[in-house]
Design a protein. Structure first.
Length: 382
């Protein structure tokens, strides 16, 4: 058993912790944009392969106090790096800084690299080289205050790179963010799911993969741990065989006004092997006719940042009107970074979840569109 840290996006920590609990991780502890836990090598492989909300799985290897900037090099050099990589292999170093001792991450990365390669040169007469794109060992360094924490990155490329999205739309969502939004709605695949502003399809594709229990790693992406000295190929093959992918239900409805966006979304759904469960349509959202509720509608409308409608306040007002007219019995969710435009929806949210889309502060707002005695029209803000 050893310690690990799963990195995630702000606001996704609780949902990620629940995912780790389902994988039987031990000593789960919620951190800032991360969740720490303990487990064995099999759990590390499973976490990389199965977690939808993780960006990276890091394995801490050391932490030390730095009394001055001169302490970093000797501390890094004291670690037995040949336990983790061979002299003929490659390395890369990622640095995050929140320290007064150092102000330039590139300088810190250079110091760490020098300490590692100097150790190898003294011991073996030659040194490993740097490969920023496809290293055998990716090292993560976090300098906070006067402490340095070193980890090795078991994921390699960030885990949001599932492998189904080869071309970006105009304002694409990160796959981890999209999966987190779907999970936060509470949708479990047993009722209609609608996204009438689907763009390049990340939200419906993530929803479909979730409903069919297709692991994010099922599309065959590589992992950092596959280059490690102790990589167990047979163990990872066993993990790839775990689980039972469920038969897909055709209960996800995705549409967009842009024919190009819909074509791209269909391509992404095919790449992810979930095209059978998504009904795609090219149309204005005012023309969407959803199945009868109950159901979930989740949209990520323009914020007025990268995509700028002629009248964004009118757009959000029309979204609210569409909810009230066509989605009785649904739970509606809007993910947006434009708080002013959100007020024009004309519905009172029962939940507001603060999140980020990149560097932009956003919020996921939930609206209950009641059927029966509690009509959606009664939820209008006066």
């Amino acid at each position: 058993m050893f310690d690990m840290v799963a990195k995630t996006l702000f606001g996704m920590e609780d949902v990620l912790a629940a995912e780790l609990s389902e994988l039987n991780a031990q000593n789960i502890r919620i951190l800032n944009r991360a969740v720490s836990f303990t487990g064995d090598k099999k759990l590390m492989y499973r976490a990389n392969y199965n977690l939808r909300l993780a960006l990276k799985i890091l394995v801490p290897i050391g932490e030390s106090e730095l009394k001055s900037e001169n302490d970093l090099y000797p501390y890094v050099r004291s670690i037995p790096w040949d336990q983790y990589m061979g002299v003929d292999e490659t390395l890369a170093i990622d640095v995050a800084l929140k320290s007064e001792l150092y102000t330039h991450s590139q300088f810190v990365a250079q110091k760490i690299k020098d300490a590692i390669v100097d150790q190898f040169r003294d011991k073996y007469g030659r040194r490993p080289s740097v490969d920023l794109e496809f290293p055998a060992l990716r090292i993560n360094a976090f300098l906070h205050d006067n402490m340095v924490s070193l980890s090795i990155d078991s994921s390699g490329d960030p885990l949001y790179r599932r492998g189904y999205r080869f071309k970006q739309g105009l304002a694409p969502l990160n796959e981890v963010l999209a999966a987190g939004l779907v999970k936060m709605t509470g949708w479990t695949g047993d009722m209609p799911f609608v996204d009438f502003m689907c763009g390049s399809g990340t939200i419906p594709v993530e929803a479909a993969m979730m409903a069919a229990k297709i692991p994010p790693g099922a599309l065959g992406r590589p992992y950092g741990f596959q280059k490690w000295k102790d990589y167990d190929k047979d163990l990872f093959r066993d993990i790839e065989k775990e689980g039972m992918i469920e038969k897909q239900k055709k209960n996800i409805y995705a549409s967009d006004i842009s024919p190009e966006a819909v074509r791209l979304a269909i391509s992404h759904a095919r790449n992810a092997h979930v095209a059978e469960s998504i009904s795609f349509t090219t149309c204005d959202f005012k023309e969407v006719t959803p199945p009868a509720g109950p159901g979930v509608v989740l949209i990520n409308p323009p914020y007025g940042e990268r995509i700028i409608p002629e009248n964004i306040n009118e757009l959000y007002a029309n979204i609210g009107s569409k909810f009230k007219r066509s989605f009785e019995g649904y739970t509606a969710w809007i993910f947006s970074g434009n708080y002013v435009a959100m007020k024009n929806v004309g519905l009172k949210p029962f939940r507001k979840i603060p999140l980020f889309n990149g560097q932009l502060e956003c919020r996921l707002n939930g609206f209950a569109l009641y059927s029966g005695s509690k009509k959606a029209s009664k939820q209008v803000i006066s």
